[in-house]
Ligand binder design. Sequence first.
Ligand SMILES: Cc1cc2nc3c(=O)[nH]c(=O)nc-3n(C[C@H](O)[C@H](O)[C@H](O)COP(=O)(O)OP(=O)(O)OC[C@H]3O[C@@H](n4cnc5c(N)ncnc54)[C@H](O)[C@@H]3O)c2cc1C
Length: 400
Amino acid sequence: MQTQHTEVFVSGGGIAGMITALAFAEAGFSVVCVDPATPVTDRAAKGADMRSTAFLQPSRALLEEIGLWARLEAHAAPLQVMRIIDAGGETPTPRVESEFDATDISEQPFGWNFPNWLLRREALAALEAHPQITPRFGVGVQDVLTRSEAVRLRLSDGSTVSTKLLIAADGRNSPVRRALRIDVQTIRYGQKALAFTVSHPIPHNNISTEIHRSGGPFTLVPLPDRDGLPASAIVWMERGEEALRLRDLDKAAFEKELNARSCGILGPLELTSPRDIWPIISQYARSLTGERTALIAEAAHVIPPIGAQGLNMSLADLRALRDQAVAHRGALGSREMLDAYARGRLADIRLRITGIDALNRASMAGARPLRDLRALGLNAIHGVKPLRKSLMQIGLGAKG
Ligand SMILES: Cc1cc2nc3c(=O)[nH]c(=O)nc-3n(C[C@H](O)[C@H](O)[C@H](O)COP(=O)(O)OP(=O)(O)OC[C@H]3O[C@@H](n4cnc5c(N)ncnc54)[C@H](O)[C@@H]3O)c2cc1C
């Protein structure tokens, strides 16, 4: 079998990997993108990803630049207000409520939310239509041999590919990162997240709500109406055993607990999807680069799903890497290019990992005095306008 040559090779065709392939192809590079799994692009199909992703303002700008936004726009649910509720008192009822409104800092909403299965459908269609991209689903990276001139990859079907720049977008257990022997630092919280969708009688009015009690945040994120009813995506974080118990309850028993936890803010919630379960960790790679290789997205960093930061950080990686590739077009994959990428990303990644870790620990608090402290903190932050605005800008990725 002949070796295929490409300028850029993307290992991993998850949402981050597919968007990366599109961004590099749009910048004029030839791209091969491989993934052993074929994207599930139908909501009702087995294995459909029931999570949703909120793209914050800087991510939308990137999606517009690479032509993906035009495919997505009609399916967006805007996020105009972020509401944070502390329900950590004696009973599970709201006791402190703060609203952060995007109009305080911008003419646009904070972000736009989409179901993950739909993002995969639209990204895959764009990938398959792009003349610069060779998508290879059903095939994974097996061996990686880096050399100063090129990287040679052996794939699971026995074929080989040679590339100037290898991008690892192959997830938290990244096989490319392992092949390059790049270590990770991992924090385990003993927590899991349940992800599912609901319908409700009270409209969400484009408000995303995070409710804190104990065990972790319970977050409702607006979705477009479904079958004529208001709909939301929920991420419910709990200690591992409790999350498994909740997943295994029958629908009626689950909805009872769900409605107690949501404090009834959108009226009675009805479960409209299967319940996916995700382990929660924080993790970062000790280096963002190896020879002719860049790590991005969850291959580089994993954080708990709070404040819609995960994939937005990944798109910030991708933007930085693409810009360095364009600036070093004659020296694609060189040490100089990769160092510039790492320098540009490290501070922002550290800031967000540290910030989200602290928020998650505050939200997990079980003991009453800690829960009271959290409520006081929330009140204090919200009450000081410059601090509130500053935090909103950092959360958005407009400020680091
Ligand atoms: C419950 C939950 C809710 C979330 N909500 C949000 C949100 O609202 N906003 C946000 O920004 N982020 C959110 N995130 C984070 C976001 O989902 C992740 O950042 C994103 O899915 C990670 O994408 P990824 O492409 O890096 O990894 P993955 O999605 O894990 O993709 C990695 C891909 O690599 C492939 N792969 C594996 N082995 C190989 C191989 N040998 N060769 C090639 N490919 C391989 C896998 O098959 C997979 O498709 C959430 C996360 C969780 C857990």
